[in-house]
Write a protein that binds this ligand. Structure first.
Ligand SMILES: [Fe+2]
Length: 358
């Protein structure tokens, strides 16, 4: 038997996926959060892992699924590719949403060693998945799963016991160890177009946003983080900003094709930050799908054009999936970079043929 004769698709899956192995699991485990701070990592899309100074670990929109995987459209369920799919409804057409996943899975849900709560903003398939749900619940059977009604209904349908599932709505406050989670209004108009109701929508009154989607303000002892899910721009951000001290927020940004607005534009992101009164605004979600890819440097350019005239008091932070953000240390940072390594370069004599190689 040769080495390559034993290689199959299954051995490839097992050896290579998830691409980051347990690299990020280990980084999170090893991170000690200073007093007066909190740390968070970007898991891709709007997925966030947040860790507090007292080692409270909270996952929001932790998702390890994928988008389109075949061009044979008959293989997709109708709610993901038929005329009742929300984006098809929005553009009134028979267009297809060619969303292949652009980012690796950076955190292995089956290798999580510590978690205190799972939060989900809404039930779209890039924010919730059965794999993460199973991995966390089967290992940590008492960990609470928190979300609006449509999300908790999904978890119960998948088999989570009702005892760990907590339905929340704006105005609710949930205490998780040293952290308070304030549930706030969502402004995700796309989620309204998602089934159920099938067929023509005109003439029907939609149900309440609060049962479909929520935003979260996560108040740690070291600062607060506003998770806006897939919310669009809303004037009501100003109200949230006046009612709460918000230090850092994420904004779902993306490049919208003609005829469709599903993600915030660069100006929306800046206006959101100004309305919320944050210190740092972080665009997310623009990297998730092939068809919505956007360049976050657009936010940088507009910010630099506008900051003096509008007296901006916040900083936009361009992150990377798998990267860490620490509040307050990174509050004025503009761009993330991974550890570059080689810190001890040239502390010893290099082992080369002769120095002119250098
Ligand atoms: Fe999304």
């Amino acid at each position: 038997m040769s080495y390559i004769s034993e290689i199959t698709k299954e051995t490839w899956y097992h050896a290579i996926f998830p691409e980051w192995g347990t690299w990020l699991n280990e980084e999170i485990d090893q991170t000690k959060v200073e007093k007066g701070a909190f740390a968070m990592w970007w898991l891709g899309c709007t997925g966030i892992w947040l860790k507090t100074e007292n080692d409270t670990n909270i996952a929001v929109d932790f998702w390890v699924g994928r988008g389109k995987w075949t061009q044979d459209w008959s293989k997709y369920p109708p709610h993901l590719a038929g005329p009742d799919f929300q984006l098809n409804r929005m553009v009134g057409g028979r267009q297809r949403f060619p969303n292949t996943r652009m980012i690796p899975v950076v955190l292995d849900p089956f290798e999580v060693t510590k978690i205190d709560a799972v939060l989900v903003t809404h039930n779209h398939r890039d924010h919730i998945d059965p794999y993460t749900t199973a991995a966390i619940h089967n290992k940590f059977p008492d960990v609470p799963f928190i979300g609006p009604k449509f999300v908790t209904d999904q978890w119960i349908e998948w088999g989570l016991p009702e005892s760990v599932v907590h339905t929340v709505k704006p105005g609710d406050v949930v205490k998780i160890k040293d952290t308070e989670i304030v549930v706030l209004d969502s402004f995700d108009r796309t989620v309204f177009l998602t089934a159920p109701r099938s067929g023509p929508l005109a003439g029907y009154c939609p149900d309440d946003m609060d049962v479909r989607s929520v935003n979260y303000l996560i108040k740690t002892p070291g600062g607060s983080f506003y998770h806006s899910g897939d919310s669009h721009f809303s004037n009501y951000y100003l109200r949230h900003g006046k009612q709460h001290q918000i230090d850092v927020a994420i904004a779902s940004f993306g490049e919208n094709p003609p005829g469709l607005t599903d993600k915030m534009t660069a100006v929306d992101v800046l206006r959101m930050a100004e309305n919320l009164g944050v210190k740092t605004i972080i665009p997310v979600h623009y990297e998730t799908w092939s068809c919505f890819l956007a360049d976050p440097r657009e936010i940088d350019v507009l910010y630099d054009m506008r900051k003096e005239r509008l007296n901006y008091q916040f900083t936009p932070f361009i992150w990377q999936v798998g990267g860490k953000f620490t509040y307050p240390d990174d509050v004025c940072k503009r761009h993330f970079m991974f550890e570059r390594g080689f810190a001890s370069a040239m502390e010893e004599e290099p082992n080369i043929y002769y120095k002119s190689f250098l």
